[in-house]
Design a protein around this ligand. Structure first.
Ligand code: ZN
Length: 331
């Protein structure tokens, strides 16, 4: 067994098999195997109880499991701690802080995991979102496909969002004592509202000749969105096409609305808070629907959050496309 002397914080350790975490191999056959032992590499690879490891390391060496990892794997060199994967979507700057250590146990819920989280303490959630988005780009999945409203995942997200809004007092269904003063009280009940939303979605699909029980393609989802917006009112209603920044994300939202100021002050979008907003165009519902449709069709691969959140790197390109469309549609 290879051994090496490591100095960390002025203490000396003799590390067995430096450079990696060792487990008792006999039992570590698959992620499903719950029964494997972490070996104490500071004490001749003695088996130690996985569930008691934190206590054990602290009592025996005064070390956290992160410090133990630094000694064993990085041989005491903290500069080897991986760096946060978060990239500021506005400046493109990478974060240089160390990632948060996850655990010495490489398996969670039956899956192999990294020892480190994707981000530093400031960017845990953002980095994880960015990693998930990069994975989706690789697989060619856009936000719209993830947003297929028939999927379980989508319905779950909606319900989490709705519950949060209710709890934060931002919903017409919030209890009287938490509901923000500018938000009106619900005049209907939740079930009725849900049914209405579902009905209008199905109606839009049927209106454009799609069977309601299939899984829609991205193009079909975009067409349904247009029809839903058209169905919401009169073709000659004055509506707005607006852009709104999404705080701490790599996306911005392009939306359509009858009343932008109302719509964007109160609610966030998929868990992101709204930043600065700009009305890009004001015209009849019919023309705004057409404008939104053409932008979504042209840039559908860059819809990364929900069905209206576009990748920030494409912003300039999308804005100049919108300028052209405004001329074409005589808006
Ligand atoms: Zn960071």
């Amino acid at each position: 067994m290879k051994k090496k002397k490591v100095i960390y914080k002025e203490k000396e350790y003799i590390v067995s098999c430096p450079g990696r975490i060792e487990y008792s191999r006999t039992n570590l056959v698959s992620p499903r195997s719950k029964y494997f032992q972490i070996l104490d590499q500071l004490d001749d690879c003695k088996e130690l109880s996985t569930s008691q490891r934190k206590q054990y390391l602290f009592n025996k060496y005064g070390l956290t499991e992160f410090e133990y990892y630094i000694i064993v794997v990085f041989e005491g060199d903290e500069s080897k701690i991986p760096i946060c994967s978060y990239k500021n979507p506005y400046t493109g700057e990478k974060c240089n802080q160390p990632r948060v250590f996850r655990s010495l146990v490489p398996i969670k819920n039956g899956k192999w995991m990294n020892y480190f989280m994707d981000g530093c303490k400031d960017h845990l959630a953002n980095a994880a979102t960015q990693v998930a988005q990069r994975e989706n780009y690789k697989r060619g999945v856009t936000g719209l496909q993830k947003a297929n409203r028939r999927s379980k995942e989508w319905r779950k997200k909606l319900s989490i969002n709705a519950k949060k809004q209710i709890a934060d007092g931002n919903s017409i269904f919030s209890p009287d004592d938490v509901r923000k003063p500018w938000i009106p009280k619900a005049e209907t009940n939740i079930e009725k509202l849900k049914q209405t939303t579902r009905d209008s979605y199905d109606k839009a699909a049927i209106d454009i000749g799609l069977p309601v029980d299939k899984t829609f393609s991205v193009d079909e989802l975009i067409a349904i969105d247009r029809k839903m917006f058209l169905n919401k009112g009169d073709l000659f209603d004055i509506c707005e096409y607006y852009l709104v920044e999404l705080e701490n994300s790599n996306a911005f939202k392009l939306g359509v609305s009858r009343n932008t100021s109302n719509r964007i002050d109160l609610r966030g979008y998929h868990g992101y808070s709204y930043g600065k907003s700009t009305v890009l165009a004001k015209s009849t519902r019919e023309k705004i629907a057409e404008l939104e449709y053409s932008v979504k069709m042209e840039f559908k691969e860059f819809i990364v959050i929900g069905n209206e959140g576009f990748l920030i790197e494409k912003k300039e390109e999308i804005l100049s496309f919108i300028q052209e469309q405004l001329k074409l549609l005589s808006i």
